[in-house]
Ligand binder design. Sequence first.
Ligand code: AMP
Length: 173
Amino acid sequence: MDYSDYIRTIPDFPRKGILFRDITTLVGNGEVFRSAVDLFVERYRGKGISKIVGIEARGFIFGSAIAYALGIGFVPIRKKGKLPAETIEESYELEYGTDYMEIHKDAISPGERVVLFDDLIATGGTLRAAMNLIERLGGRIYEISCLIELTPLAGREKIANVPFFSVVKYDVD
Ligand code: AMP
């Protein structure tokens, strides 16, 4: 299946010059959503992975579905101030702005093998910060996984010391 057929591109959102890759059209189609989730589920089944870590908010949509299908835990990384228990934080830069993200301190045990998931990698800043959070808790990242990669932004280089997997690649950002 060519998943790019189901991803909608919105020019100049959230600001001028950004080509926004909208996955709501993909996840809104039950058959396509299931097929895309299954692709990740089959990739990670039987690999000794104990948790999927997903990044707010679009990383939650796939991340939790993958974790459910594998029967393993899901760990949210959220924007600052949203998680109720004790957290650690990292700052990160977006293609459009700067922010802080947090994870619960007790969400991952030292040595635990996890997959880190987000919907899309652009500059890689978001995934780099999330990777730092997991590593600070002693987690071992089996792979970083995205549905979409904007290849000209070379985000992969920011997370180069960890295996990376993406499904749909755009050669214009
Ligand atoms: P980055 O940190 O630059 O890799 O940005 C990745 C994060 O920003 C992801 O959580 C994406 O959902 C979001 N993002 C960045 N650029 C785009 C884009 N062109 N279309 C959709 N989402 C984007």
